[in-house]
Design a protein around this ligand. Structure first.
Ligand SMILES: Cc1ncc(COP(=O)(O)O)c(C=O)c1O
Length: 294
């Protein structure tokens, strides 16, 4: 199993590269208690981080949405990402994942604590994707958990707190043997997966739910662009019901961690990975610079 311990010796914390063992934090760190850390997951392909600037912009914006400011520029974040890949000797791989996380530190217990110090860390590690590990498309299961309305949670922020729902979803379906979950939103429309967006193809049209209560993934936006500009597909961001999904021809999920990966089943309903999905997957992997096994 690949873990960060066996593929990274160094971690970037608050502007310095230190050994993993030196990266220790106080248990009273504010964000540990209140879930307001913000983070990014990005992939590096042979030393090049795909959509690096977009991820770094989103990190800074996520913190601003939650009311704090990360004291680094985009250029400093870009350099930190490159440095941590380089010092860990990870430039020769196409399965490298970067986890950036910013959080409120301090050692006080107030729920509202505007003036606490802000920390930032970059971890780079080898973390093979589904592409490296799975022979077959994914088996998903519907979960009872739903994405809340936008006035209950700032969905545009990639904030640690919202992953409570994501982990509950996963645990919900893992016990039934599925690879991942699909969740509805608060209105009863299809939303997304715990860590990925979802797409369906029907009658040669590409559909994906409107990102009005969940993260508008960078991979989701890339796929919409590839599909319309490179492949010439009609693309629709619209409300999608469970019945729509169940009558789809093809389904796939998108995310920086999972890349673009086909789905063969949702709770007993079967789908094929057809030519359109294959074309989109191929175009995405080519764009990011992955090693494509033809
Ligand atoms: C809940 C959730 N939705 C969607 C995505 C896909 O986002 P992106 O493509 O920006 O990685 C992610 C991954 O970050 C996620 O955690």
């Amino acid at each position: 199993m690949f873990t960060y311990q066996n593929s990274s010796r160094y971690i970037w914390v608050d502007g310095k590269i230190i050994s993993l063992e030196q990266a220790n934090f106080h248990v009273m760190n504010h964000s540990l208690h209140y879930g307001n850390a913000v983070f990014e997951g990005e992939r590096s392909y042979y030393g090049n981080v795909f959509a690096m600037e977009d991820h770094h912009k989103r990190l800074l914006r996520s913190a601003e949405i939650l009311g704090y400011h990360i004291p680094y520029t985009i250029e400093e974040l870009n350099k930190a990402a490159k440095d941590i890949i380089y010092v860990n000797d990870l430039t020769d791989y196409d399965d490298v994942y970067l986890r950036l996380i910013a959080w409120k530190g301090g050692i006080s217990l107030g729920i509202s604590a505007p003036s606490l110090p802000i920390h930032l860390s970059f971890i780079a590690m080898r973390w093979p994707t589904y592409r490296h590990q799975k022979r077959n498309p994914l088996r998903l299961g519907w979960t009872k958990w739903v994405r809340p309305p936008p006035n209950s949670f700032p969905h545009e922020a990639k904030a640690a707190g919202q992953y409570i729902i994501s982990s509950l979803c996963r645990e919900d379906v893992f016990k039934e043997g599925y690879d991942d979950a699909v969740m509805m939103d608060y209105r009863g429309y299809v939303a997304e997966c715990p860590g990925a967006n979802i797409f369906m193809i029907k009658n040669k049209v590409l559909y994906t739910p409107i990102a009005d209560c969940f993260l508008n993934g960078i991979t989701r936006q890339t796929v919409l662009k590839i599909a319309s500009e490179n492949i010439g597909l009609e693309c629709k961001e619209t409300v999608i019901t469970k019945e729509d999904i169940e009558s789809a021809d093809e389904i796939f999920v998108t995310g920086s961690a999972v890349e673009v990966f086909p789905v063969q089943e949702i709770s007993g309903k079967m789908f094929s990975c057809g030519k359109i999905s294959k074309d989109i997957i191929y175009s995405y992997l080519k764009l990011v610079g992955a090693n494509i096994i033809e």
